[in-house]
Design a protein around this ligand. Structure first.
Ligand SMILES: Cc1cc2nc3c(=O)[nH]c(=O)nc-3n(C[C@H](O)[C@H](O)[C@H](O)COP(=O)(O)O)c2cc1C
Length: 375
């Protein structure tokens, strides 16, 4: 079995499968369960200093299923960050680090546009023992009304300033989590990395309206008959996530060597993870997949990733990280590559054409006959 262990920004993980921030990291019980089942690291549900300002509604999820198999492939949520008190979280971070000292626990944090609030939340969480931070600059619903989440993440100047605040006090690695709801994800990514972030997480959910119930004529998820646009996740977002990760990884290689990328979006199998790693991710996060399949899904994920690595002779994650980035070109380059390939093929074909009697030596008789044939 291939070695799945990996070290990202000095964080040693037994495998690259990380619980993404959301319901699967909602309290110490479930985070402990994730460690017990073997997840490589856990990012807790996003927290803030003033949980009393966070008021959730129900229902807050809506799902898309395939017509025939009924499998869920798309998931919209209008869930906010954690509504549990900050003090409770600090107690639980300490408890988890006592019980699982060797495992990687990452705090996802979000605050209002105030330097003192960002510094306070970083300092208190790291004093509680968390191993790293993820800055949630990317939740697309609810919090932007308070100028938090993607309200910051879509603005590179704010990303740079806020990341700088976190970096001014952080003593552990910091990842900035990006929103895909921008035209060029490279812009906020560069801003975060310029401010000193150790890595990038991408993507958070895609702003969406899941659908309209054709009986009631109300959009989903319907809260007392009304809704608000939410965040889309699950299998359906994987192609968009892969594109964003490819762009971020390319930027990191060119301008910010050594920075990490944690790929997110529709990962449900070890083979999905392999694709994210081939496009430059150091590790992958899973959120909706755990809501569909439970914490035990990490075991088949490990088996599948390991089998993929064995098949290709890769001994470690580093052996194939970013391997497939080299195959991206501009469209104009594709046209030139194809023209050159056609020219080469034609030259090879022409070389077999008989032009003079002495070329008939008998050695390439079948190929030479083919070259003279039609059909
Ligand atoms: C119900 C739900 C709640 C989420 N809550 C958070 C959150 O609190 N903080 C955060 O950074 N991302 C949150 N996310 C986004 C996920 O971490 C992830 O970026 C996104 O869902 C794409 O990955 P997936 O397809 O594996 O779910 C949430 C996603 C879902 C589905």
């Amino acid at each position: 079995m291939a070695d799945l262990s990996t070290t990202v920004n000095g964080l040693q993980m037994p495998n690259p499968f990380v619980i993404g921030s959301g319901p699967p990291g909602t309290n110490a019980n479930v985070i402990g369960k994730a460690f017990d089942e073997g997840w490589g690291a856990v990012i807790a549900k996003t927290i803030s200093l003033e949980a009393e300002k966070v008021i959730n509604v129900q229902p807050r999820y809506a799902r898309l299923r395939s017509r025939e198999s009924r499998e869920i492939f798309g998931w919209e949520n209008i869930e906010l960050i954690s509504d549990r008190s900050f003090d409770t979280w600090i107690d639980e971070f300490k408890l988890l680090k006592d019980k699982y000292p060797g495992r990687i626990l990452i705090a996802s944090i979000m605050e209002e546009y105030r330097k003192d609030a960002w510094c306070e939340i970083v300092e208190k969480c790291q004093d509680a023992g968390v191993d790293a931070f993820e800055l949630n600059l990317s939740c697309p619903h609810g919090l932007p009304e308070r100028k938090m989440g993607s309200a910051m993440g879509v603005n590179p100047d704010l990303v740079e300033e806020v990341t700088g605040w976190a970096m001014s006090v952080a003593k552990v690695p910091v990842w900035a989590k990006m929103t895909p709801n921008v035209t060029r994800i490279e812009d906020p990514t560069s801003a975060a990395l310029r401010a000193g972030a150790d890595g990038i997480s991408a993507i958070n959910t895609i702003r969406s309206v899941l659908g309209v119930d054709l009986k009631t004529l109300r959009p989903e998820p319907s809260v007392e008959g009304y809704t608000t646009p939410g965040g889309y996740s699950c299998q359906a977002v994987k192609p968009i996530a892969l594109r964003n990760c490819m762009e971020i990884a390319t930027l990191i290689l060119q301008d910010f060597p050594g920075k990490a990328l944690s790929g997110i979006g529709g990962v449900e199998t070890g083979l999905d993870a392999a694709e994210f790693i081939l496009l430059g991710s150091d590790c992958v996060q899973v959120c909706t997949g755990v809501m569909k399949m439970g914490y035990k899904m990490v075991k088949p994920m490990m088996e599948d990733l390991s089998a993929f690595m064995d098949e290709h002779g890769f001994n470690s994650i580093d052996d194939f990280k970013g391997h497939s980035l080299q195959f991206f070109k501009t469209h104009a380059e594709l046209v030139a590559i194809q023209a050159a390939a056609r020219e080469k093929k034609k030259a090879a074909h022409d070389a077999k054409m008989i032009r003079e009697d002495a070329q008939w030596t008998g050695d390439d008789f079948v190929d030479q006959s083919d070259a003279l044939s039609r059909g």
